[in-house]
Design a protein around this ligand. Structure first.
Ligand SMILES: [Zn+2]
Length: 116
């Protein structure tokens, strides 16, 4: 890999980023080869070059897989499930109530509109 372009520090072209910069964007190289090298300032310790990767080939740090999507779905369903009646309330159970609204405010005699 001797033919990699080398850029001066802070003069890297748009579209390239170091692994650390990718990380700040929520990305990772994703298996792509090193695209270029960046010369570091001489006064700094450590390696004299940093590796640059192409931003357009980077992938999200935590890709959404089918298993991950299913886990999210289960978590959301659990948050909608009333711990009292075990029904899916269709909304996230309010923490202040701890149960769905019908469980928190039960109808006194189970009928509606017949009181007079
Ligand atoms: Zn309930």
């Amino acid at each position: 890999m001797g033919a990699l372009p080398v850029f001066r520090w802070r003069l890297a072209p748009d579209g390239y980023a170091t692994r650390r910069q990718l990380r700040a964007l929520g990305l990772r190289p994703g298996g792509q080869p090193v695209a270029a090298q960046l010369e570091r300032p001489r006064r700094r310790r450590g390696p004299l070059v940093a590796y640059l990767y192409r931003v357009d080939l980077a992938v999200p740090v935590r890709p959404m897989t089918r298993a991950r999507r299913a886990a999210l779905e289960r978590a959301n369903r659990a948050r909608r499930t009333c711990p009292s009646c075990r029904r899916d309330a269709g909304y996230v159970i309010p923490a202040a109530l701890g149960t769905c609204v019908p469980c928190a405010f039960p109808d006194p005699d189970g009928s509606e509109g017949s009181t007079q």
